[in-house]
Design a protein around this ligand. Structure first.
Ligand code: ZN
Ligand code: ZN
Length: 241
């Protein structure tokens, strides 16, 4: 068993293709199959024990109705399940955007954050192309398609209104990282915006975009915009509407 695990770890590094992971279209389900209910819908969930169901329930309930509706099923995978089902090993979570299935591996430190991130991928895949064009227009030509780079060293970020190196991959990752940062700030009191230069209006424009398209509530928008306001910057918008 130990040897198998070592082989899997080595293989995982070799097989670290984030694009493959994100764009796979199917998701095999692991037992047990149960449900998690929110005010918006009942989710089929797989592989979750009671504690994991409760974490998923908290995370998904905090998301806006349209984001919740984008998610079809949620799966918690062990490292070995993940390898055999997806052939990956590097990433704590992934989304199957076509189906809206979201998966994460067991025992990561921030399971709530991973659910918020992956649910955002499912939601973004269902936004109209005009919305995606709008995000690209705000962001500008900043994406470097950096999937697969070393995500442990991020000396240069935040910059260019990108919060973390992984967000520089493409606008899908950029948006998911904004959503996880916003929800982490509001619900977990974790500030992933530290070091942001709020003079660059694109940070606020991206946050506003998420509100405009239904990704965050007005209360969440107001809460997160206290950051630039406290830092002495005009949030640039009337946050009452
Ligand atoms: Zn999956
Ligand atoms: Zn992602």
């Amino acid at each position: 068993m130990k040897e198998l695990l070592v082989t899997l770890v080595v293989f995982s590094f070799w097989n670290c293709g984030c694009a493959n992971r994100v764009y796979r279209t199917s998701c095999l389900r692991v037992d047990p199959k149960t449900t998690v209910k929110t005010a918006v819908k009942t989710f089929q969930v797989y592989g979750m024990d009671e504690r994991e169901r409760s974490i998923f329930q908290s995370a998904i309930s905090q998301l806006e109705p349209e984001v919740q509706k984008s998610v079809k099923t949620a799966v918690v995978l062990s490292a070995i399940d993940d390898y055999f089902q997806h052939g990956t090993g590097m990433s704590p979570g992934h989304c199957h955007p076509k189906t809206g299935d979201i998966c994460q591996k067991r025992d990561y430190d921030d399971p709530m954050i991973i659910w918020w991130h992956e649910a955002t991928h499912a939601w973004r895949a269902r936004l109209p192309s005009s919305a995606n064009d709008e995000w690209e227009k705000i962001a500008g030509p900043v994406y470097v398609n950096s999937y697969g780079r070393d995500r442990t060293t991020e000396p240069d970020y935040p910059k260019d209104a990108i919060l973390r190196e992984h967000g520089s991959s493409n606008h899908d990752e950029d948006m998911a990282i904004y959503m996880e940062a916003i929800y982490a700030y509001v619900y977990l009191d974790i500030n992933k915006f530290s070091g942001v230069d709020w003079k660059d209006k694109r940070y606020i424009q991206k946050i506003r975009f998420l509100y405009k398209w239904g990704g965050i509530s007005k209360g969440t928008l107001q809460a997160v915009l206290t950051l630039p306001i406290q830092a002495g910057f005009d949030a640039g918008f009337d946050i009452k509407d």
